[in-house]
Design a protein around this ligand. Structure first.
Ligand code: PMP
Length: 409
């Protein structure tokens, strides 16, 4: 299957262990197209200065580059206003900002925060920390065997005591697409705020914060073609305005006296210190790339790959797939599996010997591993530049694993 997008990604031509790289760890981070690399390089070559501070031309250019990136990001997620887009380092920092600023100021003893059992640690630990401090309680929505949130659980666990519901759009382990529209509506019906971690969603699916009516949204640039070190927290203006700052220092103030300070308006109140302008420029170039090829193309390619990979994996007798094993429409191209009797690290090492990059471990989701009753899994994850040929080579390599470790098949 010819994939016209591969030529845009220089790293895809690399060799590892004298084999052509097959990169199947896109849920960890995506590769970067030349247009993103070029945009970042050009920024540093032509426009680099500390934004906001200088009255000279170069600083104004840096400020323009940063603020245009914010405007484009706001348009991309259909935010009402660019100042609802706060640049962070990544999803983790966005969720910490939220827990420490919003969570700490609204939670009281006995209040409840509802998460799903499939959350990444970055959508668990900040809430745990704040819950401990405030005497709040964490409740978890559990999953069916095919990785879906159980409807009755949703009805039962989100109650008048719930103040925050924070859910991943797509599970980074099972690939399940969670019903975020329904969850947001349910949260609002009890007066709770709804937070969506779309770190694994927005690289593959369009997100419209106004249509969803989501209160807060978090994602990382590096999983959607942008450089590492730039992420986003979207929040409704009214909520962000009422929140205290998270990090404090330069850039986020209005007036500072010996004993006190007043804070800058949005979005600067939440962006202390020198920002990652190069990262924001890279994110803007990544958004332009995604807009150019379109989500429909991305989804068509990924559905075909996921369908094919599930079909081929299901043919192998000694493989356990976690979550939905067949339906590629209700899940995305993140597939967790184990080779029966083999530690996932051994599987990943054997695949690496064939130049195939997959992830093995708990995927920063230890509560989910416990729920699934496995210590760890192997995970493959696709992006639109992967091909069926790569899946064939992966399956060929996987077939060797048990044999190499002394099993008969
Ligand atoms: N949430 C989900 C669902 C993720 O998959 C990840 C990254 N694996 C994160 C949050 C954290 O992202 P980051 O490390 O970029 O902060």
């Amino acid at each position: 299957m010819y994939n016209q997008f591969r030529q845009d990604f220089p790293v895809l031509n690399s060799n590892f262990h004298d084999k052509q790289l097959i990169y199947l760890d896109n849920a960890a981070t995506s590769q970067k197209p030349s247009s993103v690399l070029q945009a970042v390089k050009e920024y540093y070559q032509k426009h680099n200065a500390n934004p906001y501070r200088g009255l000279y031309g170069l600083s104004v250019k840096a400020t323009d580059a940063y603020e245009s990136a914010r405007k484009l990001t706001a348009e991309f997620i259909h935010a009402d206003n660019p100042s609802e887009v706060i640049f962070t380092r990544n999803t983790t920092e966005a969720l910490n900002l939220l827990a420490y600023s919003y969570g700490r100021s609204v939670l009281k003893s006995g209040d409840e925060i509802v998460l799903s059992i499939s959350e990444h640690h970055s959508n668990i630990i900040p809430w745990q920390q704040v819950a401990k401090e405030k005497g709040a309680v964490l409740k978890y929505l559990y999953l069916s065997d095919d990785g879906r949130i159980i409807e009755e659980d949703l009805e039962k666990k989100i109650t008048e005591r719930t103040k925050i519901v924070s859910i991943a759009h797509v599970s980074n382990v099972l690939g399940t697409i969670h019903p975020i529209e329904k969850i947001i509506q349910k949260a609002h019906s009890v007066g709770a705020v709804a937070v969506v971690d779309t770190a694994q969603g927005i690289p593959h699916y369009p997100v419209d914060v106004q249509k969803l009516d989501v209160d807060f949204l978090a994602f990382s640039g590096h999983k959607m073609l942008a450089p590492m070190g730039i992420g986003v927290l979207y929040g409704k203006e009214k909520l962000l305005n009422a929140m205290p700052p998270f990090l404090t220092g330069g850039e986020m103030i209005e007036i500072v006296s010996e004993q006190d300070a007043t804070f800058a308006p949005l979005p600067h109140k939440f962006e202390a210190g020198t920002p990652n302008v190069g990262g924001a420029v890279g994110l803007a170039a990544a958004i332009e790339y995604i807009n150019h090829i379109g989500y429909e193309t991305i989804q068509n390619i990924e559905e075909e790959l996921t369908d094919y990979a599930l079909q081929e994996l299901n043919k192998l007798p000694e493989i356990t797939i976690y979550g939905d094993k067949v339906n590629c429409r209700k899940r995305c191209g993140v597939i967790s599996f184990n080779v029966n009797g083999v530690h996932p690290h051994d599987t990943a090492s054997i695949l690496d010997g064939d130049g195939i990059a997959v992830r093995a471990g708990h995927h920063c989701a230890q509560p989910l591993m416990k729920y699934l009753n496995v210590p760890a899994t192997c995970r493959i994850s696709f992006y639109f530049y992967n091909t069926k040929e790569e899946i064939n080579l992966f399956i060929q390599s996987l077939k060797k694993v048990r044999r190499l470790l002394g099993y008969g098949n």
